[in-house]
Design a protein around this ligand. Structure first.
Ligand code: UDX
Length: 453
């Protein structure tokens, strides 16, 4: 506690749910070690200051129009944010540093911002302020995704049917069809942006992976340390320190919990596709029928606006809704960490965002993988093929496939084996955040490192 007294850390999260949670979690961890925390944030998707009374929040304008706020192309949105936030962020940070010198009360130790902010590295350097980079994806994805421009240039497209399942040695453990989905969706903007991220990370004072630890990512961590030649910290599943719900950008429907209380142990399949994925009406109906036909109780999160062309679930015919209500509950947003912890949850049909994947591992909940974009395909391969703690739908959003996968996951033999492996993985990851575990030690090292600035 004492060594960090009167030190302030500035955080600058990217305004997306999957990036906000880990940054706020890190802030809480550092605050508990005696650091004061200032969060500079965009107006768009601003965190709820009232949920974190111990932090100071400073809002900057982001210049996003209403249309831009709804952009599905996340990389395009991030490049716009990088352009528009540079000047207001510089003004705010400069003022903070000036007030620090004037008042001489509290030293600002460093800036910690998301790897997806790229203008911050030269700015921090010009202000003589150490910058640490936070990344919220799996280490193997972060390390590997810099190879995408090379794959695009060299030989990847078009992809023949016979090569779909081939491995990709440059970016394991993905298959060619996974990479195809990545390259297909992204534009040339991405290649230049990735290069900026790489350079800005390499020039930084250190790299922090939240939600990763030696137990989940040992080999990639060794390689990343060679690649970047900067200190790297893998501080483990952050939500195990503090509940993540408080940094939720949407209001969770708490009626999930009493509903779960009424269900039998390990009987419910939880379904959520995270904060960004959108699906078609037809796909929503396939999921609905798959869930109903499986006969398993289900808790299904359908985010408002996540079904293209509709507000919510109003396009589900009345008679289908009646059948769904017999077995399940549909909400717009759930208190996910609490849901996954609940004794009634027996499986998770997931998009495999990294936060959701790790939350599921930490609660020992086996998964059915339905990845859509970005790191989700890699995470799904780890779950289904490396750790073997889940089944992969291979993008078949069809009622029969969904029903079949749920039945397999809840079955005694195959499901039981998956559950057993998940139990072991949960224990291994759980040990990492306990005293002297790898993530615990890494957090200690991070605190010492920040204190040394
Ligand atoms: C995005 C990308 O989709 C993902 O690929 C990348 O790894 C991180 O950024 P997102 O879709 O937000 O992620 O998914 P994820 O990383 O799983 O994060 C979602 C967070 O929202 C989780 O912490 C989860 O607990 C929370 N959540 C989700 C809720 O609190 N309630 C819900 O109903 C759904």
């Amino acid at each position: 506690m004492e060594k960090s007294l009167s030190r302030r850390v500035i955080l600058f999260p990217v305004p997306l749910q999957g990036c906000m949670n880990p940054m706020i979690q890190l802030g809480k961890m550092l605050h508990s070690r005696g650091f004061s925390i200032t969060v500079i944030h965009t107006r768009f998707n601003a965190p709820r200051a009232s949920s974190h009374p111990l932090f100071t929040f400073l809002q900057i304008p982001d210049g996003l129009s209403e249309t831009e706020k709804r952009l599905h192309d996340v990389n395009l949105m991030l490049t716009l944010l990088n352009k528009r936030c540079e000047s207001p962020f510089r003004d705010t940070l400069t003022k903070l540093l000036q007030s620090e010198t004037e008042e001489a009360k509290q030293r600002i130790s460093c800036l910690i911002d998301d790897s997806q902010w790229v203008f911050t590295q030269p700015l921090a350097k010009s202000l003589n302020l150490p910058r640490l980079v936070l990344n919220a994806t799996k280490v193997s994805f972060f390390r590997g995704h810099f190879v995408l421009p090379q794959l695009r240039r060299e030989r990847f497209l078009p992809l023949q049917d016979s090569e779909q399942d081939d491995p990709v040695p440059e970016f394991p453990p993905q298959r060619k069809k996974d990479i195809f989905r990545l390259l297909d969706e992204e534009t040339e903007i991405l290649d230049a942006y990735l290069n900026q991220i790489y350079e800005a990370t390499k020039a930084s004072s250190g790299l922090i992976f939240v939600s990763s630890c030696e137990e989940l990512d040992q080999e990639s961590l060794i390689q990343a340390r060679q690649d970047f030649q900067i200190p790297i910290f893998a501080i483990g599943p952050s939500h195990t320190h503090f509940p993540a719900s408080s940094s939720s950008l949407l209001t969770p429907d708490e009626t999930c919990m009493p509903w779960l209380d009424k269900q039998e142990d390990k009987s419910v399949i939880y379904v959520s596709l995270g904060s960004l994925v959108t699906i078609s009406e037809a796909e929503m109906l396939e999921i609905a029928w798959g869930l109903r036909n499986s006969d398993q109780p289900f808790l299904w999160v359908v985010r408002a606006g996540s079904v293209n062309g509709t507000k919510w679930i109003e396009s589900i015919p009345e008679e289908v809704m009646e059948r769904l209500k017999e077995k399940g509950k549909i909400v717009k947003w759930a208190p996910q960490p609490d849901v996954l912890k609940h004794r009634a949850i027996g499986g998770y049909l997931t998009h495999n965002g990294w936060n959701s994947t790790v939350e599921s591992v930490c609660e020992g909940v086996p998964m059915i993988c339905l990845p859509f974009f970005w790191d989700q395909m890699l995470n799904a391969r780890f779950v289904s093929e490396i750790w073997m703690v889940g089944l992969h739908l291979e993008n078949r959003i069809e009622r029969n496939e969904i029903e079949k996968a749920i039945r397999r996951l809840f079955s005694e033999t195959e499901g039981g084996e998956i559950r057993e492996r998940m139990k072991l993985l949960k224990e291994k990851v759980g040990r990492s955040v306990q005293e002297n575990g790898s993530a615990y030690r890494s957090l200690e090292n991070l605190v010492d490192y920040i204190t040394s600035f």
